[in-house]
Structures are given as C-alpha cells and as structure tokens.
Design a binder for this molecule. Sequence first.
Ligand code: HEM
Length: 481
Amino acid sequence: MATKLDLDDIQGLIARGYRTLRYARFTIFTAPDPAAAHALLSWLLTRITPAGRFSGDSALHVAYTPAGLRRLGLDDGVLDGFSPQFRSGMTAPNRSRFLGDIGESDPHCWAWGGPQEPPIDGLILLYASSPEVLGARQAELARQIDATGIRQVTVLDTLEAGNNEPFGFHDGISQPVIQGLPKAKGAAPAGAPGGRIVPAGEFVLGYPNVYDQFTDRPLLPAADDPRRLLPRDPASGAADLGRNGCYLVMRQLEQDVEGFWRYAGQATRRPDGSEDPGARTALAAKMVGRWPSGAPLVETPDRDNPRLRDDNDFGYYHTDPLGLACPLGAHIRRVNPRDSLDPKPGTDKSLAVNDGHRLLRRGRSYGPGTGAPGSGTGLHFICLVASLIRQFEFVQHTWLNNPTFHGLYDDTDPLIGSRDPRGATFTVPARPVRRRYRDLPQFVRTRGGAYFFLPGISALRYLDQLPADARSASFSSSATR
Ligand code: HEM
C-alpha cells in the first residue's frame, strides 16, 4: 500500500540532509524553568522547517531530551510511552558499556552530555547556505536565547559540508530510500541491495515499519487534547504525540586523523622500512570498505576508481562472500551487511532482515577552528531512527563493536570501534592466507552525546500549550500496537 507522509508536519531533517546548506551549527541548551522553555519553543515554532516546504537559504530544527519534555510540562505517564533507551539516556551505566563508551570514551571524560556536565533539555539544529546567513540566523537565535534566559550548554560548530570526512574518505553516499518521500519514486523496488525502499515507519513514528506494525510511541487519551492539536491514532482514537516524529542520536566522535594514517603507514612498510603510500591507502580502504573517492571495494578491489564514487548498488553475498574484496569486518560491511544476513544470505529474505537495522545519517564533520580550542577534529554523528534499540544501538553494539561479527573473533570496527583486549585486531581475508593487523589503536573517541526526540510540528504545538491545558492526572502511558 502506498504510504502518504504528512510532509507539512514532519520536520524537514527527516526528508533531507541539506547538502545545499553547507554551513551548520548545533546549539545544545537547558532551560532554567518552564516559562523560559515555553518562550523559546513559541519562538522556534514559527521558524521550524517542515519536510514539505523548503526553498530558502536556511533551515531550523529542534529536538528534546526527556528532561526538556518534562520541563515543557509533559507528564511522567506520557514520557513512559517513549522508548526505555530514550528515557534512561545514552550515559546510563549499562548503556555506556553496551555502546562501547568505555576507557577514553567514558561519559565521565566527555566535553558535554556526561554525568558531570550540565543537564541537557534540547538541541537546535541550524543550517544555512553561506557563513553570512548562518551568522545572521545564529545571532537572531542567540538574542532569543538570551532574552528568555535559556542557557547554552554548548554550541557545536561544523566544517563546511564537503564530500569527505576528516580521515579523507567520501562520506554520505549510502542512505536508505524512504517510502513516501520523493526520492522513493522511481527508486529500485525491494530486491536491489543498494537503493532498496524502506518503509517510512523505520524513520517516522506513526507509520508502518518493516513488520507492518507501528513502532512504540507515546499516545494519550483524546480527552487530554481537547483542541485536537495532535493527530489521532486510527486504531484506538488516542492522541498521537509520536506521529511524524523520530529519535535523533547525536554523538561527538573525535577522530585521530594523524594516528589513523600513521598506523596504516607503519603497518604497510616495505621490507626495507620505507613507506609505501599505495599500500597505506589500500589498507585504509580495506578498513572503510570504500576507496577515498567512495568507490566500493566489492566493485573495484585493487584500485580506486573515482567513476564509481557514488556507486551504491551492490551486495556482498554473491560477489564477495569471503570478504576477499571488502573485508567482512570493514566499516561499511558491519554497519550495513546488506544481503549477508541469515536466514538466507543472498536473497530478498536477507535484505528484508537488514531493512530493520537501517540508519538515516545526518552528521556533519567538525575540525580545528570550528570549536573550543583543543576540541579536535571529528564527526558530529547524527542519525534518525524510529527505534533506538533495534536500529542505532543494535548497529553500534551487535555489529560495529562485536568482536565475533560475521565469524571473526577478536576484531571490532577497524575504523571507529572501541578497543579492548578482545577487539584490537583487523582481519583482511586474502589468498593464500589472510592478513591480521594487531594492536590497532583507537582512532575514534566519543566526546559527547545524547538521545533526543525530534517531534512532529503538531506535537511541538501541543507541547507549547501544555501548561495551559495539561491534565496530568489522566495521562496514560499506553504506547503501542
Ligand atoms: C568518526 C566516525 C565515523 C566515520 C569517520 C565514518 C565514516 C564512514 C564512511 C567513509 C562511510 C562510507 C560512505 C557512505 O557510504 O556514506 C560510512 C558509511 C556508513 N557509516 Fe560511518 N563513519 C563513522 C561513524 C559511524 C557510526 C557511529 C555509525 C553507526 C552507528 C556509522 C554508520 C554508517 C552507515 C550505516 C554507513 C552506510 C553503509 C552502507 O550503507 O554501505 N558510521 N561511514
């Protein structure tokens, strides 16, 4: 059945990564009291960019943590309808271990979002077509923030969006094609590993997901929304606070660019001790699964071919089941194994299982000069999902940081995985014998992070009027079908 998305209610970040808006700044804030939180939200509401209407030179979005939603007056009973991972937060002790935020990535060492840092209410994402427009919009926002008494926890600057992430690889190539969005028109139907269309409910709450179900979301009795600001759940008639929203994962991932290339250089020295630049690049490409241009190793295993830079139409099982071209543990093969999964690798069934673990990535790189002194270089990783546990956390824990992924036994993601004695090796399958690179240093560290909820615009309107209309006593936590 065709999915009709309510594009005027969905925040535009779900529909587009704003490639034309090359400048971005992310403001993480906390409100001292409900009045300030409401003053800011009322101001933002008239400026949020919906998915259906974007033509200008800037875009603005807002997302909230549970603390921020509570500050706006949302009752704990309604908050219970959000997912447990969102409610407990990214830094709950078990969650940190689960996500691999250990050692130097421990939240106690973070620059923001950690247990010793100020609490976070929300995140404002601002995108603009030029530094001047970004400066002007940010100044306007800063004036509003000042006037309302909101506290900026941190302002995260980004590098001008280009093709490459800081290690030097073309990024932002592979994204799920979402049913109901314009890009899905004419895209490959189910069956093609690259441009497969994924049900909208995987990224937008209130629509059918891969199981043809609605992912859990907060619903409340219709009586608690007498002004009918919220859409209604067709099955129960409940007011749907989750519909047209999604979870937003934000992680500041610092990249040790020099350490990465130093390791690749040392590990590929010639017998006489001299550096072999070609072999160094080839090892780095094996870690990523694509060459620096973006060309996928499964399509061009021996050399880079910039003509294939945006190629995304490939699987692994039929062309490279043993990982001789693209190692089984390479970054892109872990985070999106495509047709490699059980029960029937190489078939539509395998791709269908994979569909339930896709991420819509919206990150932006940052670098020297874009943050506080010493804030380094890296990626403000952002992904949008309907289920934190089944999508982001599963990919991070069960694929990316799993030493036994795909028959391996002491490897984690060579590019970004956390290292411990069980996960510091990178195995490159080859004939006649595989090559194992040992004692990989940690190239990426988590420096901050939080889970947010990116509400639909009706839900923002509902939140905005809460103190006037809230009926806390009767809120229900009923969440799902
Ligand atoms: C500093 C950290 C990271 C770097 C440098 C990095 C780099 C890259 C590069 C170069 C690509 C290939 C280009 C593309 O397909 O768009 C890629 C793809 C991807 N990355 Fe990462 N990444 C990072 C963190 C993460 C994290 C934390 C996740 C998930 C938890 C992730 C998930 C993905 C996914 C899903 C793809 C697309 C794979 C595909 O569909 O083939 N990445 N990344």
